[in-house]
Design a protein around this ligand. Structure first.
Ligand code: ZN
Length: 288
């Protein structure tokens, strides 16, 4: 199943939800970042969360999620736009942690204390910024906690990444459900009950269930309309032009310094790991 996201709204307009399958995208991130299993799951959950939150953006709006924790992964980033393009990176891709009670120790890899930062560039004025302390460090609960407290929209978030024994991603995805103002508590309670009854999201995705099928189970008995379907793709926005601009921003002295020290200078993108190499002559040109 090609990675995609489906967004729905209950017919009375008080509940909105998105569900996504992100298997391919998370596998791409694993290969590019060289993550170990706990890091793959943590990064995959954050990237899926970014895709779900990104589904509420419009036009060229962008969203950036950052987790800074005291665990070995140190810092995780995930960026998404309204077009379903997602990229992500992790500062230290190897958690090196043993299993905890037979399971990957995601909270330990992220760190049981730290921050979740959210930046939304809505395309006008200063970007919106919000931060919360990590709640459980399992990422889904932290995003729900952020949405419910900082944005004050009661939210449920489920994120799942399933790995094969060799570490490849064989299923990834998640869902986000939000209660809008003026909704009935009984409807929210009904959905909450469904969430409790449903098997873990990674199990549903491993069975091959699509985002629509997952939403149909969550909203059983609640009439809803499908609002949008978006393909999700790993895509990096870096380019040689952008790297040149970044190097220019260092200033003439810094560039001259590089010209004198190095035969050539390489810059590697933290997201896609593409390396851009510049010769001495090219750098000299930039410093003029
Ligand atoms: Zn890149």
């Amino acid at each position: 199943m090609q990675d995609h996201l489906v967004r729905i709204l209950s017919q009375d307009g008080t509940l909105r939800a998105s569900a996504a399958v992100t298997t391919e995208m998370v596998e791409q991130m694993r290969l590019r970042q060289g993550t170990d299993p706990a890091a793959t799951v943590a990064l995959g959950r954050l990237a899926t969360g970014a895709a779900l939150l990104g589904s509420q953006l419009k036009d060229d709006q962008r969203l950036l999620l950052t987790i800074e924790g005291i665990g070995p992964l140190q810092k995780l980033h995930a960026e998404a736009d309204a077009g379903g393009h997602v990229r992500a990176s992790v500062k230290n891709p190897v958690s090196g942690l043993p299993l905890r009670e037979g399971r990957l120790d995601i909270a330990g890899a992220v760190g049981r204390a730290g921050f979740l930062h959210v930046v939304k560039d809505l395309g006008f004025g200063e970007p919106y910024r919000g931060s919360v302390l990590l709640h459980t460090s399992e990422i889904a609960e932290d995003l729900a906690w952020y949405l419910s407290t900082s944005e004050q929209v009661p939210s449920s978030v489920a994120l799942g990444v399933y790995l094969e024994p060799a570490g490849e991603v064989s299923a990834a995805g998640g869902f986000l459900i939000q209660a809008m103002p003026g909704g009935h508590d009984s409807l929210v309670a009904l959905v909450e009950e469904r969430i409790r009854e449903l098997p873990p999201i990674s199990a549903l995705l491993r069975e091959g269930q699509s985002p629509v099928q997952i939403l149909e189970q969550l909203f059983e008995g609640i009439p809803f309309n499908e609002k949008a379907r978006t393909d999700l793709i790993f895509r990096c926005t870096c380019s040689r032009t952008q790297v040149v601009q970044m190097l220019r921003a260092l200033g003439k002295e810094e560039i001259q310094d590089l010209v004198q020290k190095e035969e050539q200078t390489s810059v590697t993108c933290e997201f896609c790991k593409e390396t851009y190499t510049f010769s001495r002559a090219e750098l000299e040109e930039m410093s003029r």
